[in-house]
Design a protein around this ligand. Sequence first.
Ligand code: AMP
Length: 281
Amino acid sequence: MTLRLAVPNKGRLEEPSATLLRQSGLSYEKTERALSVRVRNIDLELLFVRTDDVCELVADGVADLGITGLDLLTETGTRLQVAAELGYGRCRLTVAVPQSTDLAEVADFDGLRLATSHPRTTNRFFADAGITITTVPLRGSIEVAPKLDIADAIVDLVSSGSTLLVNGLRPVVTVLESQAVLVAREGDITGLAAEIVTMIQAVVAARRKRYVLMNAPATAVNAIEEIIPGIDAPTVVPLAHDGLVAIHSTVESDEVWGVLPRLKEAGASGILVLPIQQLIP
Ligand code: AMP
């Protein structure tokens, strides 16, 4: 039977999910309004659905795998496993309060009303802390709830925090850190589904790393290995000129800019930094 992967058809996760699937090696052509499409080079069908329907569809067996936000997996309460964290769609589910209040800690919210699109997650968070709150479920424009006096504070997804600021709100407590995730039903993931998970994980892992190449005097190898130990150890290749070597290694993408000056100082020259497409450790 053809395997099915449910992916967001619009919204924040649509474009980065399509990019991830294509970089993972899935070849498909999607027309604007297609609800599903067959992948050309794998026995896989992509179902384009709303981000917040993905968990239900996977739980019901309509799809075998799905891409959605961790916040939605938590909120729907479906019993699924996270097969991979995808590293994009990062945000925090945050309690935010009007600037004018001095609410600051979880205990301060006892008896208050909180507007949120994540009532289940919010209720569980405060119940776990032994605090009684009332949720006011809203689908959108949650930030205006305090102004309209339908809530004392809000619990909303925040990435930069600028929307909060514009609405005179201040973040005080993080309920959940979220990012896009690949979900599957519980149990062993086997066969083609396991291969797809591996392909996707390889791209996510590769994005976190860069490939670095440089020339250096052989005497500098130890100092350079300390700076860039790589996956197992750096590759060291002799150059045509005596006493000179080429060194290849990997480095965390986030650390490249800190590492380059140190490599130069240790004697490296001709340093190249290249992207990696797939990485299987
Ligand atoms: P959508 O409503 O289809 O645009 O997708 C919403 C999903 O995108 C959320 O469930 C989160 O997982 C993710 N997301 C990432 N950053 C944000 C943000 N700043 N606000 C809302 N959702 C975000």
